[in-house]
Design a protein. Structure first.
Lengths: 150, 109
C-alpha cells in the first residue's frame, strides 16, 4: 500500500492540471472544480503533458485520472470559453492541434478513470479513452453534444 | 458498449446513473459509496501496479489491437508477445514465488 515516504510533491502542470506520484501510481488531476473541470485549453494541453511525464517515469506502473472538487469528474467542454467567429477551416485547424484525447493512445501503462459526479460530453470521451472506468454511485453520464452550442 | 446503447446516449443526450452505466458496461467498477471512491481506486490501482509491468503493457497492447484484427492475426500477436515475455526475469520470479508460496516482487525486467 501507499506510504508517506513514497509520496512525492505534486507537480503543477498548469492552472488546470496537477500531477501526483504515490508509490507506483501516477495521478492526473483536473483542477477546475468551480467549473466542474470543464475542458479548456489548459486541460487540452496539460493532460497530454502529464501523461507523457508518467509514461516516461520508470517508477510509475499505473495512471489514474480524476477530477477535483465535489461536483464531478468533468462536465465536458467549457462553453464559456469564448472565441471570435471562425470558418469551418479555422475550426478544423484549431481542433487538429489539440486532439488531446488521442494522447491516451500513446500510453502503454494501464490508465484508470476515477469518476464521481458529472461525467459529460468531452469528459465522458476522456473517461472512455481510459482502459478501466471506476465510478462512484453518484456518477452521472451523458453525451449532450447534439443539443449544445459547440 | 454496444452500438445501440452508444447511439441512444448520443441521440437523446439523456443522463445515465452509475448503476445503469455499470449494467451496460460503460464502467466496470462501482465504489461502495461516494466518499470511498478514491481509497478504493488507490487500492485497485495498487493491485495492478504490483503485477509485472511489461506483461500489463502487452495485455493492453493485445486487447486494443484485437479491436481491429481478425482472430488469426490476434492469436499470432498474442503468441509473439507471450514468447517475448517468457524469458524475462519477472516470468521466472512469478514461477519461483508460486513454488515457494510467497508474494512475487516484479521489477519490469
Amino acid at each position: 500500500m501507499s506510504t508517506a515516504q513514497n509520496q512525492q510533491p505534486p507537480v503543477l502542470i498548469n492552472e488546470a492540471v496537477r500531477l501526483e506520484r504515490d508509490a507506483m501510481v501516477g495521478w492526473v488531476i483536473l483542477t477546475r472544480p468551480r467549473q466542474i473541470n470543464a475542458i479548456n485549453d489548459d486541460i487540452r494541453q496539460g493532460v497530454p503533458q502529464a501523461l507523457a511525464q508518467l509514461q516516461q517515469d520508470p517508477q510509475i506502473r499505473v495512471i489514474v485520472i480524476r477530477g477535483e472538487g465535489e461536483r464531478g469528474f468533468c462536465a465536458g467542454a467549457d462553453i464559456k470559453e469564448r472565441r471570435g467567429p471562425e470558418s469551418s477551416l479555422q475550426v478544423r485547424q484549431r481542433m487538429e492541434k489539440v486532439r488531446w484525447i488521442e494522447a491516451l493512445d500513446g500510453i502503454s501503462k494501464p490508465v484508470v478513470a476515477a469518476i464521481h459526479g458529472y461525467c459529460m460530453g468531452g469528459g465522458l470521451e476522456l473517461a472512455l479513452a481510459c482502459d478501466i472506468r471506476f465510478a462512484a454511485p453518484d456518477a452521472v453520464f451523458a453525451l449532450p453534444e447534439t443539443g449544445s452550442p459547440a | 458498449v454496444a452500438p445501440g446503447q452508444a447511439l441512444d446516449m448520443l441521440l437523446t443526450g439523456d443522463r445515465m446513473g452509475a448503476e445503469q452505466a455499470q449494467r451496460i458496461g460503460l464502467v466496470s467498477r462501482l465504489a461502495s459509496d461516494n466518499a470511498s471512491l478514491l481509497d478504493e481506486v488507490r487500492a485497485f490501482a495498487q493491485r495492478i501496479a504490483v503485477k509485472p509491468p511489461t506483461a500489463s503493457a502487452f495485455v493492453k497492447q493485445a486487447a486494443r489491437a484485437a479491436l481491429d484484427m481478425d482472430l488469426k492475426r490476434g492469436l499470432d500477436l498474442e503468441l509473439d508477445l507471450f514468447a517475448l515475455l517468457a524469458p524475462t526475469q519477472d516470468a521466472r520470479e512469478a514461477a519461483a514465488a508460486f513454488s515457494e508460496r510467497r508474494e512475487p516482487r516484479f521489477t519490469g525486467e
